[in-house]
Design a protein around this ligand. Structure first.
Ligand SMILES: Cc1cc2nc3c(=O)[nH]c(=O)nc-3n(C[C@H](O)[C@H](O)[C@H](O)COP(=O)(O)O)c2cc1C
Length: 186
């Protein structure tokens, strides 16, 4: 069994998945890791939306790309216009992490929960990728419509998304770490 440190170092963003769905107990273990994240004032101000419906995942991809085509951001426009790009990489499971809008630390809570899920997935040898691209849809004029369609609870804002599935790629080395990012005061 790999140590936690090793799992953290082994995790890579996976962008090619097998179509087979992950097992229910694996999904539950990943969600459990999310809800066991630390949270500001222990508010646990998150909410998880698990999407395993292929048609809905594809609809979200198409809608997000269509919004991105008109983005002010050049990179987003490029991805929106790229026919080969799928913002969920055809992963069989997408998890949206929404935060309680009135809680000042909920965005950070949701980030901690999302990272926990990515690490948990790697510990189970499941591939994952943080998939923030979908945010363009929630920030658009169609955002409210999709929040309703996805049953995001009232008072919650979808902050993050991550995708999960069995890896269909060989593991790559971690990108080189930036130097001089640590100062010690002893
Ligand atoms: C806040 C955040 C948003 C990200 N959004 C995306 C995304 O929309 N699409 C994507 O393919 N990767 C996304 N990533 C993954 C990063 O590109 C990836 O973590 C980075 O390139 C380092 O590679 P690694 O995860 O393999 O270590 C995101 C990562 C973070 C932390």
């Amino acid at each position: 069994m790999r140590s936690t440190l090793q799992v953290i170092k082994d995790r890579r963003s996976t962008r090619k998945f097998k179509s087979e769905q992950i097992k229910e107990e694996e999904l539950q273990a990943i969600i459990e890791a999310g809800i066991y994240a630390p949270s500001g004032h222990n508010k646990q101000s998150w909410n998880f939306t698990v999407i395993q419906n292929k048609e809905l995942i594809e609809e979200l991809n198409i809608e997000a790309k269509s919004v991105a085509k008109n983005s002010l951001d050049e990179f987003m426009r490029k991805m929106g216009n790229n026919d080969k790009f799928n913002c969920f990489y055809e992963a069989p499971t997408v998890i949206l992490v929404s935060g309680e809008s009135k809680e000042s630390l909920s965005l950070i809570d949701c980030s901690a929960a999302t990272e926990n899920m990515l690490i948990a997935a790697e510990s189970l040898e499941i591939g994952s990728c943080w998939a923030e691209f979908i945010g363009v849809l929630f920030d658009s004029e169609k955002g409210e419509e999709y929040k309703r369609k996805l049953n995001i609870p009232q008072g919650y804002t979808p902050y993050h998304a991550a995708v999960f599935g069995y890896k269909d790629v060989k593991t790559t080395n971690a990108p080189k770490r930036k130097e001089n990012s640590v100062q010690y005061i002893r």
